[in-house]
Structure formats: C-alpha cells, structure tokens
Design a protein around this ligand. Sequence first.
Ligand code: NAD
Ligand code: IPM
Ligand code: MN
Length: 353
Amino acid sequence: MKQYKIAVLAGDGIGPEVMAQALKVLDVVSGKFGFSITATQALIGGAAIDATGTALPDDTLALCKQSDAILFGSVGGPKWTASLPPAQHPERASLLPLRKAFDLFCNLRPGQIYPAFAELSPLHPRISSQGMDILCVRELTGGIYFGDKGRSDIDAYDTQRYSVAEIERIARVAFDAATKRRHKVTSIDKANVLSTSVLWREVVERVAKDYPQVELEHMYIDNAAMQLIRAPKAFDVMLCDNLFGDILSDELAAIAGSLGLLPSASLNGSNFGLYEPAGGSAPDIAGKGIANPIAQILSAALMLRYSFGEEEAARAIEAAVAKTLSDGVVTRDINPNSTYGTADVGAAVIAAI
Ligand code: NAD
Ligand code: IPM
Ligand code: MN
C-alpha cells in the first residue's frame, strides 16, 4: 500500500476548524482508495509564537522537510498584528519563509462557476449562468513581497524586482497548463507604468513562441480586475506576478461564490507541495464553527493530485464537494440564511464520498 507523510500546519483563526474537516475527508478517501496518509501536526504562525516565541519553529521546518507535502491552514490575526513588529507577524515570519524555503514559486488557484451552481455567484445570472473556469497561475517567491524594503519615521519603501529566469519558469507553467485546457493565456501586468511589467511582457512573449497552439493575450491589471467581473467566461489561464495574483485570486473566489471555496497548490516543480486555502484566518468568524471548510478540503484534493498522483481520490473529493453544494449544504458565507456549520459541511462531503 502506498504511504504518504504529510505535515499538517493548521495555524490560526479558522485554520484548525477547517483543517479538522479536511483531515477527516483524507481519512475516508485514503481508506476507500487504498493508500495511507500519516498526518503529523506542527505549530505555525501565531499559535507557534504563543507556544514557542517563534512563528516558524525549527521542529516545524524539520517536519516539513521530512514530509511528502504540507497541508496548511492559515496564519495571522489582530492579536499578533497589534503586539509585534511587522517583520515578526505570522504572515511574514512563517508563511513567506516557508514558501521561500521550498522554492514554491508556482501557486495554482483554480476558480470555477459550474453552470448548475451559478446562483452561488454574486454576479448577475446573465453572466454567472455562462459559467467560469479559470486557472490563476501566480508567481509566489518573487516580486514586491521579497524585494528590499525599509522604513524611517518619515517614509517607507518596498521594491519589486523580477529576473528573466523567475518570469520564464512561471510563464512555462501557465502555457503548459493552457495546453491541457482551453489554449489561452492572459498575462496580467502594469506594463504602462512598471519596468518589471515591461520585462514580464517581453519574457512571456518569448516563452509563447514555444507554444504556437496557445493564444496569448496581455492585459493591464486594472482592466483585468474589471473584465473578470464583466466577462469571467472569457478567461482560461491567468498568469500573474505575486501581488497581482494575490489580489485577482480573491476576486476570482468571490465570483465563484466565496473565498471559502478557493483552494491553492504551491509547487516547485518536484512532487513536493504546500496546499492551502486562498483565504486567511478569518478572525471575524473564528471560533464560531461557521467557517466554510470547502477550500481546505479542495486543497487536500489538490495535494492528492499534484503531490501523490492519486487522481481518482482527488476527483472523488471534488465530486463530493459538488454534490454537497448542489444539495444546498453550505455555510453562511454562501447563503446568509443557512444554518449549516463547518462540521455539517464536512460531514456532507464525507457522506457523498
Ligand atoms: P481573510 O481571508 O481571513 O478573510 C476575508 C473575509 O473572507 C472575511 O470576512 C472572512 O470571514 C471571509 N472568509 C475567509 N475564509 C473564509 C471561510 N473559509 N469561510 C467563510 N468565510 C471566510 O482575510 P483578512 O480578513 O484580510 O485577513 C485576516 C488574517 O488572515 C490576516 O492576518 C491576514 O494576513 C491573514 N491571511 C492569511 C492567509 C494565509 O495564511 N494563507 C491568507 C490570507 C490572509
Ligand atoms: C495568500 C495570502 C498571503 C499572500 C499573505 C497572508 C502573506 O494573502 O496566500 O493569498 O499575500 O500571499
Ligand atoms: Mn491573499
């Protein structure tokens, strides 16, 4: 029997609540599809700061290195933002170094409106009924997130730097993905203002020559944010730098129905990966048992697909999620009148598997 070792980093806020459901789902699918998962929990983020004084403890990093994949919840919250200097906040002191430590340069965020669930989308039915199927390919280890930064009493700065190599490797992921999808890449930039975007465009153009069967379109970020709402069906693969991908993927999630639905895979070209919801620790609803666990559950499905090649099990989870949504078993982020909580949705997904 195949055996996989995963590091489970639930983190802060709703992280542990939604993680509990994803772990139950993994338990059920592994039994059904004949593989075993050894899940070891470790501290990360604010929870790790409280317990050990550091956001990314050595033990946690060591566990990740010994694991086949990381299933990540979310980190951060007002408690730590208010009490610590910015460089020590859980987001900057745990999640970003973790992405960097494993060179997880490629972040995939797939957002869909299934025509049958168009009513989940806040868009007008005229638009949502056409459906949407977008893969956001976000560069994750470069750009303004990791450039030089500093501040004094009277000013502050962040710098954005991209190398040809960094742009090229993420562009290749986008084009490769497009060849298995609808053969279109929309590359998002701000080349009318930013020199990194001018380079981005040049490199993407060059990479595109290796993919004559894929249509390439360039779009400025401001227009893209607008087109995504106006005509989401027109996009296939969206290629974004770190910051633009962060912003557009939340928009993608909202268009699909909720941030609580959007999973993500962070990859480095090997089988290893980190899988996490696109959303955060949701302090406004943490501890209430009402967080949507779907993004975490679908992140586990992406882990089965990309790190373990367990395609059938991944599809079984995705089909069970679709059934749960179509049965109307949804949390309040999707239907404000719903009385279902996190555990109810988890149980419905498991029943559907
Ligand atoms: P957020 O994504 O946590 O929440 C934004 C809104 O979406 C909130 O109203 C929240 O209730 C809702 N939401 C998010 N996930 C949900 C879910 N699963 N079910 C139901 N509703 C959900 O973003 P924020 O409020 O801007 O940030 C809160 C904290 O989370 C911050 O500290 C931020 O830095 C951190 N954060 C962490 C990650 C991560 O760990 N990967 C990602 C994003 C934000
Ligand atoms: C995300 C989050 C992170 C990011 C934060 C918490 C650092 O918003 O994964 O989308 O900006 O990458
Ligand atoms: Mn984000």
